[in-house]
Design a protein around this ligand. Structure first.
Ligand SMILES: Nc1ncnc2c1ncn2[C@@H]1O[C@H](COP(=O)(O)OP(=O)(O)OP(=O)(O)O)[C@@H](O)[C@H]1O
Length: 223
C-alpha cells in the first residue's frame, strides 16, 4: 500500500523524518509514537499534502506528490481537522465526494455513520471541536477511497463518539477497506490491526506484527 525509501522531511533545521524505510501492507495499520515523532508528517507526505525533502514514497504504486490521480483514491482526516469555515459540513463533504469521483449521495450515509445529521447543514465556523472531528472523519470515507488515513480519530470525541468511531473503523476494516490509523489511544486499534508501526525521533523504531511491536510501545509509554 505504502512504500517509503530513505524518506526525509526537514522544516528548516528540524528533521521531522530522518531517512525512513517503511512498507505498509494492506489491511489495518496502527501508527504510534510520542508527540513530535514524525507521524503526522509521514501521513501528510503519504497523502500528497507535503513534498519530501529527500528519499521517495509510493502510495498505491504512485508518487502522491506528483500524481493527482492517486490522491483521488485516498481518504484522509487530519488532526486538527482542516475544514473550510464558511462552508456547511454538507457542502464540504459533497465537494470531497465529487472530487474523488463520487456523486455526493454517500454524504447522507456518512452523516448518519458519524452522527452529524443534527449540524451538517450549519457552517463549519460554528462547530465545536468534536463536531469538527466528526465531519473530518466523514470526509475521509466519502467518495469511496481505497486507502484511508486517519490522524487521531478519537481526539475531542465524547465517550459515545469514541465507541462509535472504533466500531466504524472495525466494520470498514472487516469490509476490506485499507486503513492507516495514527492514535495515542492505540489499544482498541492494536487489537484489530494487521500491522503496527512505532515512530519516534523521525525514525521507524519498530514495525511488524502488532503483538511484536506492542511490548516496545508499552515500554515507551508505561502507564
Ligand atoms: N509545518 C511544520 N513546520 C515546521 N515544523 C513542523 C511542521 N510540521 C511538523 N513540524 C515539526 O516536525 C516534527 C514532527 O512533527 P509531527 O507533527 O509529524 O509529529 P507527530 O508524531 O505527529 O506528533 P503528535 O503526536 O504531537 O501529533 C516536530 O518537531 C514538529 O515541530
Amino acid at each position: 500500500m505504502v512504500r517509503a525509501k530513505k524518506l526525509t522531511k526537514r522544516f528548516g533545521s528540524v528533521v521531522a523524518l530522518d531517512s525512513v524505510d517503511l512498507e505498509i501492507p494492506g489491511g489495518l495499520t496502527v501508527v504510534v509514537g510520542p508527540n513530535g515523532g514524525g507521524k503526522s508528517t509521514f501521513m501528510k507526505i503519504a497523502t500528497g499534502a507535503y513534498r519530501p525533502s529527500g528519499g521517495c514514497i509510493e502510495v498505491l504504486g504512485k508518487d502522491p506528490w506528483r500524481d493527482e490521480g492517486v490522491k483521488k483514491r485516498l481518504g484522509a482526516s487530519f488532526d486538527p481537522p482542516a475544514l473550510p469555515p464558511l462552508r456547511t459540513g454538507r457542502e464540504w463533504l459533497e465537494y470531497v465526494s465529487e472530487a474523488r469521483g463520487g456523486n455526493g449521495r454517500d454524504v447522507t450515509e456518512a452523516a448518519e455513520t458519524f452522527g452529524i445529521e443534527g449540524f451538517v447543514d450549519k457552517r463549519v465556523r460554528d462547530y465545536s471541536a468534536g463536531m469538527r472531528k466528526r465531519v473530518s472523519l466523514a470526509q475521509a470515507f466519502v467518495g469511496d477511497p481505497e486507502l484511508v488515513f486517519l490522524d487521531e480519530p478519537l481526539a475531542n470525541l465524547d465517550l459515545e463518539g469514541m465507541k462509535n468511531v472504533v466500531g466504524v473503523i472495525q466494520r470498514k476494516h472487516e469490509e476490506g477497506l485499507n486503513l492507516v490509523v495514527i492514535s495515542h489511544i492505540w489499544r482498541p486499534f492494536l487489537e484489530m490491526a494487521d500491522y503496527a508501526v512505532f515512530i519516534a525521533a523521525g525514525r521507524v523504531q519498530a514495525s511488524g506484527d502488532p503483538d511484536e511491536v506492542l511490548p516496545l510501545i508499552e515500554g515507551a509509554f508505561p502507564l
